[in-house]
Write a protein that binds this ligand. Structure first.
Ligand SMILES: [Zn+2]
Length: 182
């Protein structure tokens, strides 16, 4: 945000009047560029006793396994976004069961929301996906998962599945180091 989105002039990083946080402010027209966290939504897709994972075809974490997920679009609900990402990345249709895990990654200003969903029909890799497979608890490539949010969600899922009680969980991750404590 070095240039104003309204007029193209240079911006300066400062606290605007009547504010208490630093913002990018246009030197010419005074437009204030507010920045807000990004939301990533996706699905933990299950099929009978198995879970669906996608092998990433793009960076970051290329060749590692993840849920079908991506950034929420403007004017889109998280549920619709989760279904859209699943259709794009795994060519899979799903029936949503419940909002299952949420991770507030404050240190990178991202919020992840994963829905628990049931696979309906077939699946196949999308453009940004190298492979899609169903895994049992024992065959999950635990050492090849793309992100901690995936590992933690899978741990919750297999634990809940064993107990027969599924419940929503919300994790607050203020610092990268906080991952070691949850
Ligand atoms: Zn401007």
């Amino acid at each position: 945000m070095n240039f104003c989105v309204k007029c193209g002039a240079n911006t300066v990083y400062k606290v605007p009047p009547d504010d208490n946080r630093f913002r990018r402010v246009c030197r010419l027209c005074g437009h204030i560029h507010y920045e807000n966290p990004k939301i990533v939504c996706g699905c933990l897709v299950r099929s009978d006793d198995l879970v669906l994972l996608c092998k990433r075809g793009i960076e970051p974490r290329k060749d590692r396994w993840t849920f079908p997920a991506g950034f929420l679009e403007i004017h889109e609900t998280t549920l619709d976004g989760a279904k859209r990402e699943t259709a794009e990345e795994a060519h899979a249709e799903v029936e949503i069961e419940m909002l299952y895990t949420q991770f507030d990654l404050a240190y990178i200003s991202q919020i992840y929301q994963f829905y628990l969903a049931d696979l309906v029909g077939s699946f196949a890799p999308g453009d940004e996906t190298l492979d899609v497979q169903l895994f049992s608890k024992n065959s999950v490539p635990w050492e090849q998962l793309a992100f901690p949010v995936i590992r933690r969600s899978l741990e919750c899922y297999f634990s809940d599945r064993d107990s027969g009680r599924y419940k929503f969980r919300h994790f607050e991750i203020p610092e990268r180091a906080s991952w070691t404590t949850i």
